[in-house]
Every structure is written in structure tokens, then in C-alpha cells.
Design a protein. Sequence first.
Length: 267
Amino acid sequence: MDWGIKNRLSRIIRPDTGRTVMLAVDHGYFQGPTTGLESPRKTITPLIPYADCLMLTRGVLRTSVDASCDVPIVLRVSGGTSILKELSNEGITTSIEEAIRLNAAGMALSIFVGSEYERQTLLNLSRLVNMGERYGIPVLAVTAVGREMTRDARYLALACRIAAELGAHLVKTYYCEGFQEVVGGCPVPVVIAGGKKLPERDALQLAYDAVHAGAVGVDMGRNIFQSDSPVAMIRAVRSIVHEDATVDKAYDLYCKAKDKADKKAST
Ligand code: R5P
């Protein structure tokens, strides 16, 4: 692997733990002002100190993150559809030159295996990997799941393996029963999305199960920024990912940090 790609990957996945807590705040690119992300700067700023990297679009990066901030960026570079249309009909939205100008540590793009525009999204990924390889920028493939697909190990293993075969350097997918099969069949590191908001303890259990089944961490959004206490939640997720905390210990950390923040807010 090229030195530049390795170097950028080591900014995304912490070399000392081999794991990462990525904060996904790119939801607006197809669903508009998502709950909890209506004002991106307000949501993102307090979470930055606890995120190993941010996953977001160039629009939110430019408007809502200070350029002096040294958190690594994984730039969402696919899109072109909205929740009102066929979601799989994505293209590449952002040039490689723009990713370089924005000092991205990586680029992210969705693939929709089994959906109407499967071929187009897989060719998008291949093109992006070709460009990334040229300039030393790793590519994160997101295995988006169409409404008609089942999020089981068989399907997710298929999607993750295809992403890796086409050259993705890192894959983001969903946790499922039998997740070892998904990770085992994917020769590049895997991170999980959190999915829809769950009670905090359940989301921590999800992160725990994923890393214990071989994921290198999480690229979590709604389960952090829609939490009653987002900072407490990301700190609890970090304790699982980087410190191998148990779910009980992480949940305890969440409750204590939340109480402290609530008290501070009421004084
Ligand atoms: C999906 O295509 C986007 O990358 C989402 O923004 C991300 O996967 C969602 O993260 P979460 O499911 O944890 O909110």
C-alpha cells in the first residue's frame, strides 16, 4: 500500500489501539436537516474533542467546522439523490482536487448492492479508488442497504467483500447476527454504523458486540448526536472501542457524565 494511503489511514484508525471512533454527521446529504443535526456547528463542536475523525460533506465542513481544527476528515463524496427518490441512484459529487484542498484523510462513498443502481454505485467506487490511489487518499465504502434488502450476515458479507475487492481501504456496514462472518470475509478493516436511535445502553451493547466480533470501531451518528447527552455518549462509546470497557462500565460512564452535564446546565 502506498505510504500516503497508509499515513492517512493511520490518522483515521488510531495506531496505538488499532481502532477508531468516527463521528458520522453526513446525514443531510440525502435527508436534509436530520433531527439533532439541524444546526451542524452546534451539534459537532462539543463532540470534536472525542472523535477520532469526522465523516461529513464539504458543505458542512466549510460552514460548520473551523479550519484550525485538527480532527481528521473523511469526506462524503457521493450523493445526488434525496429521500424523495430512488436512493441508489448516486454519483460522485466531489472532485479529488477538492478532497485534497480540504485536506481530507479519506473519502467516503455509498454502494447499493442488490439495488436498482447497483452497477453504477460499484463503478463509482472503482473510479474513486482509482483516483484515491493516484493521490494517496484512502476510500471508505459504505454498504447502504436498500429498503428491499435484509440486513443479515449473508447480504452484508456479500456487500463488504465486493467493496474490498473493488479496492476500498475501509468498509462501513451494519452490525448483524453472525457479524464474525461479515468481518471474516472482508480483507480490509470494517467499522459499523449505529443505525436508528436506540436506548443508550443498547447502542453501547451494539458497539461492544461489533468490536468483539472484529470491527475496528464505529462510524456512529444518530446514536451519538440524538442521545440525551451526546458528549456523555461519545465518551462511553470511546471507552468500549479504545479501552475495552464492558457495557456496564461504559453505561455507568454515560450516566455519570450525563448527570454532571445536566447539573452544570441547570446552574
Ligand atoms: C449513510 O449512508 C450515511 O453515511 C449515514 O450518515 C451514516 O451511515 C449513518 O450513521 P448512523 O447510522 O450511525 O446514524
